[in-house]
Design a protein around this ligand. Sequence first.
Ligand code: ZN
Length: 499
Amino acid sequence: MRRIVIFCIALSFQLLTQAASANEQSPKSLNESHALNASTPSETVNEEGTTFSSNRHRNAVLNSDFDKSTVATDTPEVAFTLLGQDILRGSFERLYWTAGQAIAGLAMPTPILVAAGNKPGPTLCLTAAVHGDELNGVEAIRRVMFSLESDKLNGVVIGVPIVNMHGFRRTSRYLPDRRDLNRYFPGDPKGSSAGRIAHSFFNEVITHCDRLIDIHTGSFHRTNLTQLRGNLGKESVMQFSKMFHDVTVLDGAGAPGTLRRAAVDAGIPAVTLEAGEPLRLQLKEVIQSVNGIKAVMYHMGMIGSKPSRAPNQNVFYKSTWLRADQSGVFLTEAKLGQRVKKGDILGTVTDPITNRSSVIRSNVDGQIIGLALNQMVMPGFAAYHVGIATDQKKVAADKMADNVVAEALEPVAENMKEVAREAAQTAAKTSDDPATVAAAARKAVKDATQNATQLVDKPKAEKLNNERTDDTPPEQGSAESPESISQPRPNDELEEHPE
Ligand SMILES: [Zn+2]
């Protein structure tokens, strides 16, 4: 068994390496990357040129399972256009995305695999290695993409096995400037380097998706039980999460800037699929991920083959981290996925010099969904991520109701803000007294609430769009300032926002 696993891992790497070298060496691939470079916004000058025009309608069939004969040769139907290229029904394409940041000729094109079925249907997007050291998703996407058959697929699957190519090449979670790409979506065309990369990827690729699965792993010597993370308060995300069979689900909106949160904000139901450890290729997690994705495709009506396993999801609306209280050697007794009771001993930490030892106990009933690998730890080190058992149906209903209220109040709050601002500004013209200004705003709000229709019906203020309108540099220590990234604090980040 062990030998088979090692063989598969070796084979996967070999395939990856071969794919990478094929991209770099074959003349056809060079043409492809030129064609795609021409389609990136940064180099639109080239798009008008004649050099690459012959490639605009090429149909590079890379997958032998995709039956070329089924593609109509006269007027092949265009499924949609991606990165400046028409995607024909029944075709399998390898496109390239570049963020347009590199010196000419030094761009690192990111392969985008596109499988378009013969028949129309939804577009499902699969992304992995947004953190460059997270490999399980790379292999899961390869397995899904190269198992598809054009005559058995409705719609389109877009697979991006390695989003953060810079990090992947350096075996690093981060971008070259130590920024975490998964905190910058949907990006900012005028922002930091990470913001611009995120903006380009989000607009060029993600906006074409009807649904998105972003695959991750645990980070920094921790492993995750294969689990979905999604904002279950959103009806569309809740429904999406139910399509995965046999996968634990953890509720949460996601940290600001995560790809899935930005996608959901843009109206694209999205989840993160967490599977295993970084820096490793783990067959069990890869297979679970593939099975989950295939189940989703079945429920989206994209493929006909039914999932082999029945739905069996543990849904957690709350989770907690259990931490070490002393430094030393951490050894776990509990296993990933294990059910635990309050008071159970999960592991020990022992000082190698004094031999003083302490235990880490669970303080809740639940299931271990994330686990640190055995290692040296310090006090406060987060060792176990435990999903807390709750009355699922009740919490789900409450959550859904809360979200409906939040959505209903959002425009009201914005309109109320407008009303209050107007009154405050008027008052500020004639008075320097903060109390007077505040009183004017308060009165305006009170008046407006007495006529609630005014708040509900008033059109949204124009300034609601997310574009930054001023050129004020970010404050020191804010998320975007270089100071805040000069000393990355990975532990803080992963405990609060582990994706
Ligand atoms: Zn990740």
